[in-house]
Design a protein around this ligand. Sequence first.
Ligand SMILES: Nc1nc2c(ncn2[C@@H]2O[C@H](COP(=O)(O)OP(=O)(O)OP(=O)(O)O)[C@@H](O)[C@H]2O)c(=O)[nH]1
Ligand SMILES: [Mg+2]
Length: 413
Amino acid sequence: MLVAVSLSTTSDEETSESLQELAALAGTAGAAIADRIVQHRNNYDPATLMGSGKVDDVRRSVERSGATLVIFDNDLSVTQQDRLTTMLDARILDRTALILEIFALHAHTAEGRTQVELAQLSYLLPRIRGRGVELSRISGGIGPMRGPGETKLEVDRRRIRRRMRKLERDMVQMEAVRTTQRKQRTRAGLPSVCLVGYTNSGKSSLLNRLTGSNVLVEDQLFSTLDSTTRRLEMPTGGTVVLSDTVGFIRKLPHELVAAFRSTLEVVRDADLLVHVVDSTRSETISERMQAVTDVLADLDAADIPSLTVFNKWEAIDPAGRIELLAKNPDAIHTSALTGEGAEALAGAISAGVQSVGIVRLRIPAARGDVIASLHRAGTVIGTDLDGEELLLVARLPRDRIREYAPFMERDGN
Ligand SMILES: Nc1nc2c(ncn2[C@@H]2O[C@H](COP(=O)(O)OP(=O)(O)OP(=O)(O)O)[C@@H](O)[C@H]2O)c(=O)[nH]1
Ligand SMILES: [Mg+2]
């Protein structure tokens, strides 16, 4: 059973879209939906989130349908979760816990599993209190879940912290390997392009279409948890590396963004982002695009040049097309299904990477004017102080690079 409690300031459309998305998330995790309940309120009840009359409604519905699980679209405090568990006599999950579940189900690589477990434990840590909490209450939520839950029933904070430290150490090792791989790639001097976008928008499908790969594509949320990188030959000659990564969603749990930082590094290090949008979701496109922009900002990737791509173009009618193009005249449209627009996209990627470059500069610390102008012209990715000189790595529009030639360390790519 799904429950959304929304403030009266939220539009009905937004609430129903969010609830629909919650249903899709629950479906991805293997749950069947018995009922959906929405309550609009002026404020949230600190004890139970929704009003007590509504709690009765939900309880009756639970009894009627025999539901064993109630999923809230809202994030719940520990107190709310406890109260609601008692009052509704059912397992309670919130949106964050549900998303964490799906990530746990879909994590197949060692790194993915480590990151998910870290995220789950950091979600859990503030939620356990003296009596200890069964991890299985979260992990055993729906159907046969995997994840940290099964292995431990009674866990105390100390054990969780110890485990988290161990996972963090593992991550450091895995990151070292990843950094080496990335350095090798950078040495090859290839520009790096990353597909980003809302989950299920068709990022992996486009990667496959453009590079002839065979990455997992599925009609479900969060199919991709790892970053895959492939070479893409440009129609104009030259090669870029194209990466596909985790999809974003509104209210993406902070725990996940933090835990997936290393996987998402491919986003931050990109020279160009390709923002893939599912054009069939016309009612909520701008909200979804905003959610993606928010996550990018969270990743310090907001300044990276980006292209907008309306995918699933073959599936929308002419009126919808006109509306989208009117609002986003610079966007490219593609269908990963039919291949339409793939060439245009490759062309735009090629033009996009040519218009920016990464430079390594060595600037005397006294030249504050140069440093300031650099900050205005582009994005400074990294700085280091070497005696009286500042070493800077910056991303610059191609036509501005020449101005900094006297300070060039070695040519960038
Ligand atoms: N009609 C249509 N469906 C598409 C198109 N591109 C992708 N799809 C479908 O959309 C669904 C999601 O595609 P994916 O490529 O897995 O999407 P994704 O963005 O990688 O999703 P996550 O990895 O889960 O974030 C699949 O069912 C695809 O077959 C398209 O151009 N048209
Ligand atoms: Mg994918």
